[in-house]
Ligand binder design. Structure first.
Ligand code: NI
Length: 171
């Protein structure tokens, strides 16, 4: 099923999510399928479980947007193990719809995570994939990409969001 995306302002987005301890269950497999379905429906390249209201350390990524099956990634209990270089580029978030900001990130990122069967693996990504690793892992620790922009830009963005909230055009 497609879950609605939780928007900025919901406290679940600012909590550290729970570590996953049960693997390879029908519930988990269904949940992962629902996460991909929800991400594709929202036209995102990554989605973290808190963004659909589940405070669990699970994220899914597909930088091909459903075009290449081999690009589908499940990251359970991920941690960033190495970052190198830098890239500056536009970044957005399904939970902060309608906004995009220039964000400086590492260019090359190595992540360690578990798959749906609990098997640990490491993977290195560059460019968009590196950015997705950092963005989605941040979500699982209660951090949004707007914590990586200047305080001035962040305040401006929050003011615009509050205006949308007051107008009933947010959530
Ligand atoms: Ni996001």
């Amino acid at each position: 099923m497609v879950y609605p995306i939780v928007k900025f302002g919901d406290p679940v987005l600012e909590l550290e999510a729970e570590t996953v301890t049960e693997f390879d269950t029908p519930d988990l497999n269904q949940f992962l399928a629902d996460m991909f379905e929800s991400m594709y429906a929202a036209k995102g390249v990554g989605l973290a479980a808190p963004q659909i209201g589940f405070s669990r350390k699970i994220s899914v990524i597909d930088v091909s947007n459903g075009q290449r099956p081999e690009d589908k990634l499940v990251l359970i209990n991920p941690t960033i193990v190495k970052v190198e270089g830098k890239q500056v580029g536009e970044e957005g978030c399904l939970s902060v719809p309608g906004f995009r900001e220039q964000v400086r990130r590492a260019k090359r990122v190595t992540i360690r995570a578990q798959n749906s069967k609990s098997e640990p693996f490491e993977m290195t990504g560059e460019d968009l994939l590196a950015r997705a690793f950092l963005h989605e892992t941040d979500h699982l620790y209660g951090r949004l990409y707007i914590s990586h922009i200047s305080a001035l830009k962040r305040d401006l963005l929050k003011r615009k969001i509050r205006k949308l909230q007051r107008a009933g055009e947010w959530d």
